[in-house]
Write a protein that binds this ligand. Structure first.
Ligand code: PMP
Length: 374
């Protein structure tokens, strides 16, 4: 091979925290039923695929130029969508920020509001990337525990006590939470925002799975008017079935957006990404059309698991966390042997399954009968 393989002993040494660390990533295996990373199982229609292709082709004709750094059209349209989705007044483009997935959005927030000598606080079990954003930005990552199974609910007492103890610059609350599926009581978010005020800390509510919440569960977007230290992060990866395009966004006070603009890399959002995202937004009726079906399938899956006698975390997301009867790694492996890939995450003994198509969900149920007999 033209690239020589060298002895590790002669290679440059990465900094602490990076040396010896493995890159994040769930397995990407060629299975019939991939229910491991909370993707939307429905791809775009032929018509929408063509529309996205045409938009990308139009962008391609101008790829000799750098993209529009501000993407205010996309940011305004995302705000209009949120007004429809959550019943809040449409945030202006200047109050919305977009980047390559909500992963990049949150990484940028930690770059701007974390850093050496600063602390970010989360609640376990949490999404596995949070400590990595913190590590990358030299932010200390500390945690407190969510409430007990099966609902893993957060209380205002837990959150305010942890804020008093750790004095964080950033608090991350996730709603619905990954991997538990738990929606956040907005009184808890209010208490966190207030507790952060004296030291002027930032509250990030990560609503990556927000669109799957059950009827009557409000979004933290409704709190933005009252709390200038609140950021709500969203993504097109899940409900919009657009994980491959990489488009995440946030809503916050325009001053917070302006601060994030300082740390973003120049031209971070490609012209192709922006064109694809705008086309997907214009076709949101089709893309979001499967959310209702996924919610129904989610409830049926949770009921089925409870019916088998599993402990099940009530879910407002497009996945369900349940406790296996036997060793979870054995169950995971036995499911994989039956062409069903799920995820061994969360507290010891628990497994997380994403909601797929009705066919995927049936395959999972059938495989589980053998993989984890009652
Ligand atoms: N937040 C949570 C809670 C997630 O589970 C994920 C993805 N699994 C993300 C953020 C990031 O998603 P993306 O970068 O695709 O928007």
């Amino acid at each position: 091979s033209p690239v020589p393989t060298r002895e590790p002993s002669v290679l440059p040494v990465p900094r602490d925290g990076i040396a010896g660390a493995a890159p994040y990533g769930a397995p990407q295996l060629p299975v019939a039923h991939a229910l491991n990373v909370n993707e939307n199982p429905y791809g775009p229609s032929e018509e929408l695929t063509a529309a996205i292709g045409a938009a990308a082709a139009q962008a391609a004709a101008g790829l000799n130029r750098y993209p529009d750094r501000e993407a205010l059209d996309l940011r305004r349209e995302l705000g209009e969508y949120l007004a429809e989705e959550s019943g809040v007044p449409a945030p202006p483009a200047e109050a919305v920020w977009a980047a390559n997935g909500s992963n990049e959005v949150m990484h940028q927030l930690m770059l701007a509001y974390g850093g050496p000598g600063r602390t970010a606080l989360g609640f376990t079990p949490h999404y596995s990337m949070y400590p990595e954003y913190a590590r990358d930005t030299y932010t200390a990552w500390v945690t407190a525990e969510r409430g007990p199974a099966p609902d893993f609910a957060l209380t205002a007492e837990t959150v305010t006590a942890a804020i008093a103890e750790h004095r964080p610059s950033i608090v991350v609350l996730t709603s619905p939470n990954n991997p538990t599926g738990t929606a956040l009581d907005l009184d808890v978010a209010r208490a966190a925002a207030r507790a952060l005020e004296p030291a002027r800390g930032l509250l990030v509510v990560d609503e990556a799975y927000g669109e799957f919440r059950r009827d009557g569960v409000p979004s933290a977007l409704t709190l933005l008017a009252e709390h200038p230290n609140l950021v709500v992060a969203r993504t097109m990866s899940k409900a919009f079935a657009l994980a491959g395009a990489r488009l995440g966004y946030l809503v916050a006070d325009p001053a917070i957006v302006d601060t994030v603009r300082v740390v973003r890399l120049p031209y971070h959002l490609s012209a192709v990404t922006r064109a694809v995202a705008r086309t997907a937004l214009a076709h949101r009726e089709e893309l979001l059309g499967k959310v209702a079906l996924l919610r129904t399938e989610r409830d049926a899956l949770a009921a089925h698991l409870a019916g088998r006698g599993h402990e099940v975390a009530p879910s407002d997301a497009n996945f369900v966390l349940f406790r296996a009867f036997r060793d979870r790694d054995d169950v995971f492996q036995a499911l994989l042997e039956r062409d069903v890939l799920i995820r061994a995450v969360g507290p010891a003994g628990w497994l997380r399954v994403s909601v797929g198509t009705p066919e995927d969900n049936t395959a999972f149920r059938t495989a589980l009968e053998e993989a984890d007999p009652r």
